[in-house]
Design a protein around this ligand. Structure first.
Ligand code: AMP
Ligand code: MG
Length: 495
């Protein structure tokens, strides 16, 4: 056994290497600032194993020092990336990694091939960087817990996302509305390059840097496109498709990202930068999960069109590199891709093997019934898995039973066209409709305990959320309606 967390190979630094000889507006080399008395809140052995890390060494003091940013191996080459972005629809100029520092990239073996892929290993909340502007470079425990749990929950729900390897906290004070403590999430992702990374160079009037960044992404993620003529367009097509699919998945599981600014949109179409976010309780398309979003720009129902708005912003940033008619044609595929993906998932949630045109009505009628009756989104679909055995458990969720009965008649009719057995359908639906999602109040319980030094609930939730389709008899309360007090919770950008 080797005595290091990253066993076979050291962390690489392809990003720094690719741009080192340029004028280097791409990143700044910067080391994390140590925190006082770091301690574990949680480690994620599941991800560690996926990454091929030395899991026996994961909880060691050496790993704690490493993943809290207190010890930097001399072989590392930590950097903070520059990027810009549109925030709430307005050009915000330069932003950049103000509190995230990428330690390097780890080659991770892929399950289906002998190939490996580079994953960024990044510490979020690791201290001031040249991009911190007037802020402190820190992240507080509560928002770090939310990111840590939610990114793993999303992964388990099958949504493309950044991951979280560990969460540490400290006695270092952080000043927000109250004094809180500095925490560090070790975030892992295939890429941390954002739409805003390209906007940064486009608006900085550096088209050659836009091209260099495109080249880097293609080289690292799509080496098969390196020498072809339309590699840039293929990459843009990929981003459009993946973003459409990602947001279709968000919508289908009832997830809303509270800050869909272009600096929070990954070029690979992965969910990133969990600040304010929320899963729907009662189905409400107007729901705004970010308390600071007073105009509801990022309300639940606006998210698909905001995805397209953001892709338009990315297209503008790539205008010097890709013919505009190609960009426009690619953008036109967003809506059909989104709809195809959303409809297929919704059909599967309802227990159909595939979507047929008449399902549109059935889905829309269901959603409007849920909205009018204030029906809990996730609970409905989970109970629907056993509709054949216990129809009343579903019916009782609706105040207007007669309206539900009318819908249910159409639903039964539709089911009768399916060829799979009732049992197969139940199994398929149970694997599509999670029993557990990260509701705000659940995170809040874990946060309050953690703020008092008890990290057990964070770890309990991690286990449940990493297996959200399974039964967890000891956690039945989290699979029920949220308690009344959860309505008073609000989540804002202050993190
Ligand atoms: P966010 O809304 O969290 O995506 O952050 C927007 C921008 O603000 C990014 O450039 C972040 O790096 C930066 N930022 C947010 N919080 C802090 C902080 N506490 N210290 C330094 N920069 C921050
Ligand atoms: Mg961000």
């Amino acid at each position: 056994m080797t005595d290091t967390l990253f066993p076979d190979e050291k962390l690489g630094h392809s990003y720094a290497k690719a741009f080192a000889s340029d004028s280097n507006d791409y990143f700044t080399a910067v080391s994390p600032t140590a925190i006082n008395e770091p301690q574990w809140v949680s480690v994620n052995p599941l991800l560690a194993a996926e990454m091929g890390l030395n899991t026996d060494f994961l909880q060691s003091n050496e790993s704690l020092q490493l993943l809290s940013g207190n010890h930097i191996d001399p072989s590392f080459h930590p950097i903070a990336l520059a990027y810009s972005g549109h925030q709430f629809g307005v050009w915000a100029g330069q932003l950049g990694d103000g509190r995230a520092i990428t330690l390097g990239e780890l080659p991770v073996k892929q399950a289906d091939a002998n190939q490996s892929e580079l994953w960024d290993v990044q510490l979020k909340g690791a201290g001031i960087t040249p991009y911190s502007r007037f802020a402190d470079g820190r992240a507080v425990l509560r928002s770090s817990i939310r990111e840590y749990l939610c990114s793993e929950a999303m992964h388990a729900l099958g949504v493309a996302t950044t991951r979280a390897l560990s969460l540490t906290t400290s006695t270092t004070p952080v000043y927000r509305e109250d004094v809180e403590t500095a925490s560090v999430v070790c975030r892992v992702a295939r890429s941390h390059i954002r739409f805003g990374s390209f906007e940064h160079f486009h608006y900085g009037k550096a088209p050659e840097s836009v091209a260099a960044l495109l080249d880097y992404v293609i080289q690292r993620h799509f080496p098969q496109w390196v020498d072809i003529d339309d590699g840039y367009l293929r990459l843009f097509d990929y981003t459009v498709t993946q973003t459409a699919k990602m947001i279709a998945q968000w919508q289908a599981i009832g997830f809303a990202h509270g800050v869909m600014n272009t600096d929070n949109m990954s070029i690979l179409g992965e969910t990133m930068d969990y600040g304010p976010f929320g899963f729907l309780d009662a189905y409400d398309p107007e729901h705004i999960c970010n308390h600071s979003d007073t105009n509801g720009r990022y309300s639940f129902k606006n998210q698909p069109s905001i995805g397209l708005w953001n892709l338009n912003a990315l297209a503008t940033a790539l205008m010097t590199q890709i013919p505009s008619e190609d960009l426009v044609a690619s953008l036109k595929t967003y809506e059909p891709t989104f709809l195809r993906c959303y409809r297929q998932i919704m059909a599967e949630k309802l227990g159909f093997t595939g979507y047929v045109d008449s399902d549109e009505n059935l889905i829309n009628q269901l959603l409007s019934l849920m909205e009018v009756n204030g029906v809990d989104y996730s609970l409905f679909f989970r109970k629907l898995c056993t509709f054949d055995q216990d129809p009343n458990a579903v019916r009782d969720l609706f105040l207007d039973r007669a309206a539900f009965d009318t819908w249910a008649e159409d639903y039964r009719q539709r089911l009768s066209h399916e060829t799979i057995s009732e049992q197969q359908r139940t199994q398929a639906m149970l694997a599509r409709n999670p029993k557990y999602i990260l509701r705000n109040y659940m995170a809040q319980i874990a946060i309050e305990k953690a703020e008092n030094g008890d990290f057990s609930e964070v770890n309990r939730l991690l286990h449940i959320l990493q297996n959200p389709f399974d039964e967890h008899p000891e956690a039945e309360e989290y699979a029920s309606l949220p308690p009344d007090w959860s309505e008073s919770l609000s989540v804002s950008c202050s993190s």
